[in-house]
Design a protein around this ligand. Structure first.
Ligand code: GLN
Length: 193
Protein backbone atom coordinates (compact mmCIF):
# COMPACT_ATOMS: atom_id res chain seq x y z
CA UNK A 1 0.00 0.00 0.00
CA UNK A 2 1.26 3.45 -0.90
CA UNK A 3 -0.31 6.82 -0.05
CA UNK A 4 0.35 9.86 -2.23
CA UNK A 5 0.66 13.41 -0.93
CA UNK A 6 -0.24 16.16 -3.40
CA UNK A 7 3.00 18.15 -3.55
CA UNK A 8 2.08 21.27 -5.51
CA UNK A 9 1.95 23.68 -2.57
CA UNK A 10 1.64 23.66 1.22
CA UNK A 11 3.01 21.41 3.94
CA UNK A 12 3.17 18.10 2.10
CA UNK A 13 6.54 17.15 3.66
CA UNK A 14 5.02 16.99 7.17
CA UNK A 15 2.27 14.65 5.96
CA UNK A 16 4.94 12.30 4.63
CA UNK A 17 6.59 12.32 8.05
CA UNK A 18 3.23 11.61 9.70
CA UNK A 19 2.66 8.67 7.33
CA UNK A 20 6.13 7.37 8.15
CA UNK A 21 5.14 7.42 11.84
CA UNK A 22 2.24 5.06 11.10
CA UNK A 23 4.52 2.87 8.98
CA UNK A 24 3.11 3.74 5.56
CA UNK A 25 5.08 4.25 2.39
CA UNK A 26 4.32 7.57 0.67
CA UNK A 27 4.95 9.34 -2.61
CA UNK A 28 4.96 13.03 -3.56
CA UNK A 29 2.42 13.50 -6.33
CA UNK A 30 3.30 16.39 -8.66
CA UNK A 31 1.65 15.18 -11.87
CA UNK A 32 -1.66 13.38 -12.43
CA UNK A 33 0.18 10.37 -13.94
CA UNK A 34 1.61 9.62 -10.49
CA UNK A 35 -1.91 8.96 -9.17
CA UNK A 36 -1.87 5.52 -10.76
CA UNK A 37 0.97 4.55 -8.38
CA UNK A 38 -0.92 5.33 -5.17
CA UNK A 39 -3.88 3.80 -3.32
CA UNK A 40 -5.02 7.00 -1.60
CA UNK A 41 -4.15 10.70 -1.67
CA UNK A 42 -3.69 13.44 0.92
CA UNK A 43 -4.36 17.03 -0.18
CA UNK A 44 -2.44 19.16 2.34
CA UNK A 45 -3.07 22.57 3.86
CA UNK A 46 -1.71 25.68 2.24
CA UNK A 47 -3.63 28.31 0.31
CA UNK A 48 -6.63 26.90 -1.52
CA UNK A 49 -6.71 29.58 -4.26
CA UNK A 50 -3.05 28.92 -5.15
CA UNK A 51 -3.55 25.19 -4.85
CA UNK A 52 -6.54 25.32 -7.23
CA UNK A 53 -4.60 27.34 -9.80
CA UNK A 54 -1.78 24.81 -9.78
CA UNK A 55 -4.21 21.87 -9.86
CA UNK A 56 -5.92 23.39 -12.85
CA UNK A 57 -2.65 24.08 -14.67
CA UNK A 58 -1.53 20.43 -14.27
CA UNK A 59 -4.88 18.84 -15.14
CA UNK A 60 -5.55 17.54 -11.63
CA UNK A 61 -9.27 18.38 -11.59
CA UNK A 62 -10.43 15.63 -14.01
CA UNK A 63 -7.68 13.31 -12.72
CA UNK A 64 -8.93 13.57 -9.12
CA UNK A 65 -12.52 13.08 -10.24
CA UNK A 66 -11.42 9.83 -11.91
CA UNK A 67 -9.38 8.84 -8.84
CA UNK A 68 -12.47 9.34 -6.65
CA UNK A 69 -14.66 7.58 -9.21
CA UNK A 70 -12.47 4.48 -8.85
CA UNK A 71 -13.21 4.52 -5.12
CA UNK A 72 -9.69 5.52 -4.07
CA UNK A 73 -9.69 7.40 -0.73
CA UNK A 74 -8.90 11.12 -0.48
CA UNK A 75 -8.00 13.07 2.65
CA UNK A 76 -8.04 16.89 2.61
CA UNK A 77 -6.69 18.95 5.50
CA UNK A 78 -7.52 22.64 5.82
CA UNK A 79 -6.98 24.06 2.29
CA UNK A 80 -7.35 20.43 1.11
CA UNK A 81 -10.76 20.30 2.80
CA UNK A 82 -11.75 23.52 1.01
CA UNK A 83 -10.77 22.01 -2.34
CA UNK A 84 -12.84 18.85 -1.69
CA UNK A 85 -15.99 20.50 -0.26
CA UNK A 86 -19.23 20.89 -2.19
CA UNK A 87 -19.72 24.57 -1.43
CA UNK A 88 -17.16 27.24 -0.45
CA UNK A 89 -17.95 30.69 0.96
CA UNK A 90 -15.87 33.79 1.74
CA UNK A 91 -15.53 34.12 -1.15
CA UNK A 92 -17.35 31.55 -3.26
CA UNK A 93 -14.84 29.61 -5.32
CA UNK A 94 -14.59 26.50 -7.43
CA UNK A 95 -14.22 23.22 -5.56
CA UNK A 96 -14.30 19.54 -6.48
CA UNK A 97 -17.52 18.88 -4.55
CA UNK A 98 -16.51 15.39 -3.44
CA UNK A 99 -17.85 15.78 0.12
CA UNK A 100 -21.28 17.22 0.86
CA UNK A 101 -20.54 20.21 3.09
CA UNK A 102 -20.52 23.99 3.07
CA UNK A 103 -17.35 25.62 4.37
CA UNK A 104 -16.38 29.18 5.10
CA UNK A 105 -12.75 30.09 4.56
CA UNK A 106 -10.71 31.87 7.24
CA UNK A 107 -13.73 31.81 9.50
CA UNK A 108 -12.35 31.47 13.01
CA UNK A 109 -11.79 35.20 13.47
CA UNK A 110 -8.76 37.42 13.34
CA UNK A 111 -7.69 37.23 16.96
CA UNK A 112 -7.37 33.48 16.77
CA UNK A 113 -6.37 32.98 13.18
CA UNK A 114 -4.08 30.25 14.43
CA UNK A 115 -4.65 28.37 17.66
CA UNK A 116 -4.45 25.01 19.37
CA UNK A 117 -7.43 23.34 20.94
CA UNK A 118 -8.56 20.09 22.46
CA UNK A 119 -11.35 18.14 20.79
CA UNK A 120 -12.87 14.66 20.80
CA UNK A 121 -12.50 12.14 18.03
CA UNK A 122 -14.95 9.27 17.57
CA UNK A 123 -13.01 6.07 16.90
CA UNK A 124 -14.73 2.68 16.66
CA UNK A 125 -17.62 3.87 18.80
CA UNK A 126 -15.35 5.40 21.46
CA UNK A 127 -14.37 8.98 22.06
CA UNK A 128 -10.75 10.01 22.55
CA UNK A 129 -9.18 13.37 23.25
CA UNK A 130 -7.29 14.91 20.37
CA UNK A 131 -5.11 18.01 20.23
CA UNK A 132 -5.76 20.12 17.14
CA UNK A 133 -3.86 22.93 15.43
CA UNK A 134 -5.97 25.38 13.40
CA UNK A 135 -4.19 27.75 10.99
CA UNK A 136 -6.47 30.26 9.28
CA UNK A 137 -8.83 27.33 9.17
CA UNK A 138 -12.10 26.89 7.35
CA UNK A 139 -15.24 26.42 9.41
CA UNK A 140 -17.65 23.66 8.44
CA UNK A 141 -21.05 25.36 8.41
CA UNK A 142 -23.18 22.48 7.12
CA UNK A 143 -22.75 18.77 6.49
CA UNK A 144 -24.96 16.56 4.34
CA UNK A 145 -27.04 13.74 5.83
CA UNK A 146 -24.63 11.03 4.76
CA UNK A 147 -21.58 12.80 6.10
CA UNK A 148 -20.26 11.36 9.37
CA UNK A 149 -18.80 13.98 11.74
CA UNK A 150 -15.73 12.48 13.48
CA UNK A 151 -14.46 15.41 15.53
CA UNK A 152 -16.61 17.99 17.26
CA UNK A 153 -15.03 21.21 18.47
CA UNK A 154 -17.23 23.71 20.33
CA UNK A 155 -20.33 22.04 18.97
CA UNK A 156 -19.14 22.20 15.38
CA UNK A 157 -17.78 19.54 13.08
CA UNK A 158 -13.99 19.81 12.56
CA UNK A 159 -13.34 16.46 10.86
CA UNK A 160 -15.70 14.29 8.84
CA UNK A 161 -15.99 11.39 6.44
CA UNK A 162 -18.32 10.62 3.56
CA UNK A 163 -17.59 7.33 1.85
CA UNK A 164 -13.98 7.42 0.72
CA UNK A 165 -13.46 11.10 1.45
CA UNK A 166 -12.01 12.28 4.77
CA UNK A 167 -11.49 15.93 5.70
CA UNK A 168 -10.20 17.90 8.68
CA UNK A 169 -10.29 21.66 9.28
CA UNK A 170 -7.19 21.32 11.48
CA UNK A 171 -3.64 20.13 10.74
CA UNK A 172 -3.10 16.57 12.03
CA UNK A 173 0.41 16.49 10.53
CA UNK A 174 1.58 19.04 13.12
CA UNK A 175 2.49 17.51 16.44
CA UNK A 176 3.18 13.84 16.95
CA UNK A 177 -0.30 12.34 17.42
CA UNK A 178 -0.61 9.63 14.74
CA UNK A 179 -4.38 9.08 15.29
CA UNK A 180 -5.75 10.86 12.23
CA UNK A 181 -3.21 9.48 9.77
CA UNK A 182 -4.03 6.08 11.27
CA UNK A 183 -7.73 6.62 10.43
CA UNK A 184 -6.90 7.46 6.80
CA UNK A 185 -4.45 4.58 6.52
CA UNK A 186 -7.18 2.15 7.62
CA UNK A 187 -9.56 3.62 5.03
CA UNK A 188 -6.96 3.04 2.30
CA UNK A 189 -5.98 -0.41 3.60
CA UNK A 190 -9.64 -1.45 3.83
CA UNK A 191 -9.92 -0.79 0.16
CA UNK A 192 -6.69 -2.28 -1.14
CA UNK A 193 -6.76 -5.46 1.00
N1 GLN B 1 -6.82 29.97 4.75
C1 GLN B 1 -6.42 29.00 3.78
C2 GLN B 1 -7.38 28.97 2.58
O1 GLN B 1 -8.37 29.60 2.61
C3 GLN B 1 -6.29 27.62 4.38
C4 GLN B 1 -5.24 27.63 5.46
C5 GLN B 1 -4.55 26.31 5.69
O2 GLN B 1 -4.58 25.41 4.84
N2 GLN B 1 -3.86 26.22 6.80
O3 GLN B 1 -7.13 28.32 1.64
Amino acid sequence: MKIGVLALQGDFALHRQALERVGVESLEVRKPEALTAVDGLIIPGGESTTLLKLMDAWGFVPALERFHGKGKPLFGTCAGLIVLAKEVLNPQQFSLGLIDMTVERNAYGRQKESFEAEGEIALDGEKRAIRMVFIRAPRILRVGETVEPLVIYRGECAMARQGNVLVSAFHPELGDDPTVHGVFTRMVAGRSS
